[in-house]
Design a protein around this ligand. Structure first.
Ligand code: ADP
Length: 200
């Protein structure tokens, strides 16, 4: 099973690109989705996060307020490390379990913080979705209702764009429309099928 790690900055288009692979029958495992599931009320990570960050991190329905948590960890690196220490080992285990159940030539692992985390999840290739910063700010703002200032803070905490591109095996440029994006994904899909075939 060829593992493609898909990453990119906030608002670059990771979920959109992942959706285009999924539409081609490729299994997509999203680290953020898994983290969200593991931090739902009643799950082990929920208890640990509330113990670490206090009940102020809960919304009125007593779910973890992800926006608030995100703000806190981006403002305070020490808290970010504490959150990662709780979540990452559990996310890694859940991802490995899901991968073990797959039977396709390759899979896409969406890992937004692939480069930023201390212990990198093992992947065979890194696919970076890249868009210029103005587009990232505009798209993420439109999607999350976050203001530009907050997105710029998040951008600053993530790996610089040039460095991310340097570490990529493959790059999807997402500066044009969805039709162009689809063409790029189709091309990569064929490439990955071939790679999987030859490595296989
Ligand atoms: P990420 O997962 O990297 O944060 P998303 O895939 O959620 O980014 O994209 C951010 C927002 O921008 C979404 O609302 C998405 O629909 C939109 N978007 C992404 N790519 C394009 C594109 N090429 N053209 C127009 N809108 C786009």
């Amino acid at each position: 099973m060829l593992r493609i790690g898909l990453t990119g900055g906030i608002g670059s288009g990771k979920s959109t690109v992942a959706g285009l692979f999924a539409a081609r029958g490729v299994p997509v495992i999203d680290a953020d989705d898994i983290a969200r599931r593991l931090a739902a009320p009643g799950q082990p990570a929920y208890r640990e996060i509330v113990a670490q960050f206090g009940p102020a991190i809960l919304d009125p329905e007593r779910r973890i307020d992800r926006k608030l948590l995100r703000r806190r960890v981006f403002e305070q690196p020490a808290e970010r490390l504490r959150l990662e220490a709780i979540l990452h080992p559990q996310v890694r285990r859940a991802m490995e379990d899901e991968i073990a159940g797959l039977d396709t030539p390759y899979c896409i692992l969406v890992i937004p913080l692939l480069f930023e985390t201390a212990e990198r999840f093992p992947v065979d290739r890194v696919l970076v979705v890249d868009a210029d910063e103005a587009r990232q700010i505009e798209r993420a703002g439109r999607r999350d209702g976050a203001d530009a200032e907050e997105i710029i803070r998040i951008l600053a905490a993530q790996l610089p764009r040039a460095e991310r591109l340097r570490r990529a095996h493959d790059v999807v440029r997402n500066d044009a429309g969805l039709a162009e994006l689809e063409t790029e994904v189709e091309c990569l899909h064929r490439f990955y099928l071939q790679l999987a075939h030859h490595s296989g």
